[in-house]
Design a protein around this ligand. Structure first.
Ligand SMILES: *Cc1c(COP(=O)(O)O)cnc(C)c1O
Length: 411
């Protein structure tokens, strides 16, 4: 199995396992397919940095003209450093601190997606203090159920995100009074891994209705940010989320004639299937109730199965035989948690200790959610382009981890 033109065995030999491997050609293809789907609309694609924030990944997207959706001051620094211009950056998130707001104002970002009235007032104060204005959209909670899992559904009234659509008119009236605030649009992000168009369509209808009412109140609404959330296939040849072209066409039809700049914040759709987690079978344990493949990757490297019950296709890098015979296996990591399980009772071809395997669709919400639990150092990230590859995040040494810790002299 190859990543572009590089055999995965070559990467495993060079950097060790486990490791994330990303394809720049696939990142590019996903970005371009998304962009083509939006043709005919005045739009900004603000890639959701939290899906995969590696600075090399951001740089690939920056070259294609992408903007960025950031949710922290750290992500803002990354996006700028990767070459994404400030005037293509939007800042989302329910708990922006004043320090983060100041940094974003000083950088001159395009838009703040504001999630509450207290946040609005904090932002106003920060902007006034440095004699500037913050362009804002309120994040509206449209009370729509979407997203493949309760932990990634964000647009229901009981979720922490955004302001209630029923009180939005009042919030805009308040914002319009503030000297440091420039009201420019509305924003929504209803969830992630959404595999049908209907929730997006319903949210857009609600948004357009609100925009009509806001304009009638005299607000100059020019931007409609509809967030991210378009799902991707995690099971090969099985689940088929809408294509970007279908998503784009549906939106274009709805917003046509409304004189809006559309902002999109795709994350998973760009990065998810542009990356794999490359791992190695450490031991095969049989003899009990189940057959376990104990691999060298763990929940601290890829937490999606433990956190969201997520499915990832798993495949050996090289088939041991072509007889098509599979046996039910549990694929588990070495961490001391039962939740450190990538799959249970999955029919997999023969794999032996030392064999390399691939966990697919790991380019989004993989490396970014990793931790050093069990003092397992963060694993390398590798970016491939054609027949070249480069380590774009290095594996820290245990000594590097321990350097940040101190034993007080009074212990
Ligand atoms: C996570 C997130 C996104 C990206 O979602 P995907 O499902 O990865 O496309 C976009 N906007 C906001 C505000 C988010 O929190």
């Amino acid at each position: 199995m190859m990543a572009e033109n590089v055999p995965l065995t070559t990467i495993a030999d060079a950097v060790g396992t486990p490791a994330y491997v990303y394809s720049s050609a696939t990142l590019k293809r996903h970005y371009e397919v998304f962009e083509q789907g939006l043709s005919g609309m005045d739009s900004l694609i603000a890639y959701s940095v939290k899906a995969n924030s590696n600075i090399a990944v951001l740089a690939v997207l920056a070259k294609l003209g992408a903007g960025a959706d950031v949710v922290s001051g750290g992500e803002l620094v990354r996006a700028l450093k990767a070459g994404i211009p400030a005037n293509k950056i939007v800042f989302s998130g329910v708990g922006k601190t004043r320090d983060e707001m100041r940094a974003a104002l000083e950088a001159g970002i395009y838009q703040f997606n504001v999630e509450s009235l207290p946040e609005l007032h904090a932002l106003n104060e920060c902007a006034v203090a440095i004699k500037t204005k913050a362009r804002i959209a309120f994040r509206i909670n449209p009370d729509i159920s979407a997203g493949g899992h309760a932990k990634i559904s964000t647009g229901k009234a009981e979720n922490k995100f955004g302001i209630d659509i029923t009180t939005a008119i009042d919030a805009y009236a308040e914002a319009a009074q503030l000297p440091g605030i420039l009201v420019a649009g509305i924003d929504m992000h209803i969830g992630s891994q959404i595999v049908e168009l209907a929730p997006f369509a319903a949210a857009i209808d609600k948004g357009l209705e609100l925009i009509k009412n806001l304009r009638a109140e005299g607000h100059d609404i020019s931007n409609f940010d509809i967030g991210g959330g378009l799902g991707i296939p995690y099971v090969e040849d099985a689940d088929a989320p809408p294509l970007p072209i279908e998503y784009g066409r549906m939106i274009a039809e709805k917003v046509q004639g409304h004189n809006l700049k559309m902002i999109f914040e795709p994350g998973r759709m760009i990065a998810g299937n542009a990356g794999i987690l490359l791992s190695k079978v450490e031991y095969v344990k049989t003899g009990g109730a189940r057959k376990f493949l104990i691999i060298d990757a763990a929940m601290n490297d890829l937490i999606r199965p433990a956190l969201y019950n997520a499915h990832h296709d798993i495949e050996p890098v090289a088939q041991r035989n072509s007889d098509g015979i599979t046996t039910p296996c549990d694929v588990v990591g070495p961490v001391c948690e039962t939740g450190d399980t990538f799959t249970e009772q999955r029919d997999l071809p023969d794999m032996q200790a030392g064999d390399l395997l691939v966990i697919h669709s790991a380019g989004a919400y993989g490396a970014v959610q990793s931790s050093q639990y069990n003092t397992r150092p963060l694993i390398p990230e590798v970016l491939v382009s054609g027949d070249q590859f480069k380590v774009v995040r290095e594996r820290p040494k245990v000594e590097d981890i321990l350097k940040t810790e101190n034993i007080p002299d009074w212990v």
